[in-house]
Design a protein around this ligand. Sequence first.
Ligand SMILES: [Fe+2]
Ligand SMILES: [Fe+2]
Length: 181
Amino acid sequence: VKDLDAVLVDHAHCEMKAATNALSLVVRHPDDLEIVRALSAIAREELEHFQRVVDFLAARGLSLGHPPVDDYAAALRRKMNELPASDLPLLVDRLLVGALIEARSCERFRLLADALAARLDPLASFYEELFACEARHYTTLVDVAVEVRGDEPLVRARLAELARIEGEIAARLGARPTMHG
Ligand SMILES: [Fe+2]
Ligand SMILES: [Fe+2]
């Protein structure tokens, strides 16, 4: 909250990345219409979040600018690629990594909502709303991953492994005024 302008700019880029990532997963998995529906619904919501954050940027006289280097997402992708091959399709890993990014965003929105509420900042209610929304996205992406593979214990074990890796990355990134550290 000490550098909310920087947080908002980074947040806008995160929402756009979440939307484009969901759409790219739709393109890679076009055969199951339930999955197409679930992922395109997420994309639509993320784009709506993006537009709302852009409104906040405009109200504060900020510009969006080009996306900053995303150390968090880059580290996650690299670690995912380094994992020993599993018999899970790559799509499952991509869905699970997406789910973990949602969960981490959810954690950050919770912290922001509480800190902003303590300052009586009207943005608190926005982050409160997004907290619930990103929690739902986490659940949806894990559910879709289970549906793709049809083996819930295997998918949950992979999620636990990826969550451990994500936790190490998040702990290492520190506390810059960005959504993911
Ligand atoms: Fe979002
Ligand atoms: Fe989301």
